[in-house]
Each structure stands twice: as C-alpha cells, then as structure tokens.
Design a protein around this ligand. Structure first.
Ligand SMILES: [Zn+2]
Length: 311
C-alpha cells in the first residue's frame, strides 16, 4: 500500500512538473497541392505561403521571448497534412493550445481585415484567446479587426476547431483579395507586425490563464531574487511615417528639406506602394504624436505614427 502511494505521489509530482510547460501547436493552413486563397495579382504569394511565413515568425517569437513554452507545427514546409492529420496531431501530442493561421479571400475586393474564429462562443478560453488576438490586430498592429466568429456566424463548422480537444483558434490575418491588404500581407513589414500581434495576444492570454508559470525569460542567472515585477522590457520605438510611394523618391528631395530630421526610405512591399518614408525615432508614443503634428504642419498631411520593434 505504501509503495502504491509512492507511485501515485511520483505520478502526481511528474504530472504537475510537466504541466508547468505549455505546448502550443501552430497550424499553417493549407500547403502542397492546396494553395488556399489566391490574390488576383500573380506577383503575390498564395495563402499557403503567407500562412507558413507568419506562422513561423509567430512561433519564433514565442520560443525566443518566452520560457516554459514548447512550440510545435503541423507543417514547416510546403507539405499538406490532411485536416484529420492536423487534428490527430493536436489531440495526441498533449497540446494545450492549437492556433491555425490563415489568410482570407472574398469575391468582394473591398472587404479587408482580420478575424479570429472559434468553434463556439461557449468555449470560454478559445473566445478569450481570440479576443486577445483581435485586440492586438485592431490596436497596436493597426489592422481592421472584423472580430470573433463562431460556427453560427460562418454557417459551417471548421474541422480543426470542432475536433481538437483543447483551446483552439483559427486566425484570418487579412484578405489576399483586397489589393492594399494583399500588399501588406506580402511585405516582410506586414508579416512581422501580424506575427508580433499574435505573439503579444498569446503572451497576455498565457500570463492571465497560467499565473503560476514564469513565462518571462530571466535575462540574468544571478540575482534572481530581485527580478523586476513587471518582467517586461521596452521593445518598441515610435517613428513618424510622412508618406509612401509606388516608385522610390530620393530622400534628398526638396520637399523633405523642410524637416529638421533625416528622412529614411524603407521598402515595405514588392508591389503597389512599395516605399514609405519615416522620420525620427521616439521612445514614447506621445513624443512621436507631437512630432507628427509638427510634420503635418510642414506639408505632410498624411503623416502617421508607426510603432517599430527594436531588433
Ligand atoms: Zn485558409
């Protein structure tokens, strides 16, 4: 009887130790012979490729920035695991969270924005996670959030959400059929912003759902008793985008001379408005907003503040 109790105790200990690590399965939608949605612009990548790029960036942020998180993928190349295989992988690998990454399409070229899909609004955790994603998309990432959708909204079920036994969300990162959004989705800049929005949403959710787990990576191995309470470090700066253009404009152009700071041209897409022009680097949004107002006065009425991640 004593030996039996010890075995139970060890099992419990083993179980609780194991549960301190969160496993996230990221599912880049489509792949292989299934391209997913396609942009009418042949220069644009099909949905399957965009999904994979965003999924990998999202996963990389999770593994690089958080501790006690294991990231798995349903595919890491241009293969096509069947929907059954994706579900089976989620249900057999002790996965805590299943996140499927997609891009949307519509016959209406004007429709754009992000969506986070859940199987049912009664799944508290899935809805909460979906909310965090949409909050980040519509907030800091500056996308148009189309909100959370469930089976009733879609009028059909999604296999990967219905049959996965854990908290699961399917994210639509934008419409490849809307020209501006397709350009954004095809730009490294857009992909980075979307992936970091997913990362921040996931991090907020994890910290709230699992308060006993230390997700913040310790930067030093010594003095662990005096780690900061917030555990967050400044990782963003702000700059002012004064304009964008289809063809490159020299930053020495006369129009830019009115500004007291150096104008930097950045390539953000392969087609359409490929270039943007930014001025200044600010550590607070307020400072950037003030400068933006100044720049608008100086003849750049479309100036906006943009957030940059420090790399
Ligand atoms: Zn899709």
């Amino acid at each position: 009887m004593l030996r039996f109790s010890i075995v139970i105790l060890l099992l419990l200990l083993g179980f609780s130790a194991q549960s301190q690590t969160i496993t996230i399965l990221i599912d880049p939608g489509h792949g292989g012979s299934d391209p997913g949605h396609e942009s009418p612009n042949a220069a644009h990548k099909p949905e399957k490729e965009l999904n994979l790029i965003i999924a990998k960036k999202f996963g990389t942020y999770l593994t690089e920035k958080l501790s006690n998180v294991t990231v798995l993928y349903t595919r890491t190349d241009d293969s096509f695991p069947s929907l059954d295989e994706r579900v089976e992988m989620a249900n057999s690998k002790n996965v805590d969270y299943f996140i499927s990454i997609h891009c949307n399409g519509s016959p209406n070229k004007n429709i754009h924005g992000t969506e986070s899909h859940v199987h049912s609004m009664t799944s508290r955790k899935s809805v909460k996670l979906a909310k965090e994603f949409e909050k980040e998309f519509g907030g800091k990432a500056g996308r148009k959030s189309r909100g959370i959708k469930d089976t009733d909204d879609r009028e059909h079920t999604l296999q990967v959400l219905k049959f996965t036994e854990m908290t699961s969300v399917l994210v639509e990162c934008g419409f490849v059929t809307n020209e501006a959004e397709a350009n954004y989705l095809n730009s490294t800049y857009g992909q980075d912003i979307l992936a970091s929005a997913l990362f921040r949403g996931m991090r907020t959710f994890l910290q709230e759902e699992h308060p006993s787990i230390q997700f913040t990576k310790k930067t030093t191995t010594t003095a662990s008793s005096t780690e900061s309470a917030s555990g967050t470090t400044t990782e963003t700066t702000y700059t002012v985008q004064i304009m964008s253009s289809k063809d490159p404009i020299e930053t020495t152009a006369t129009a830019f001379k009115k500004l007291d700071k150096t104008v930097v041209r950045e390539k953000i897409a392969e087609t359409g408005y490929k270039y943007r022009y930014v001025v200044g680097s600010f550590s607070t949004k307020e400072a950037a907003e003030t400068y933006k107002d100044e720049v608008r006065q100086k003849g750049f009425p479309d100036a906006i503040v943009i957030t940059k991640k420090k790399t």
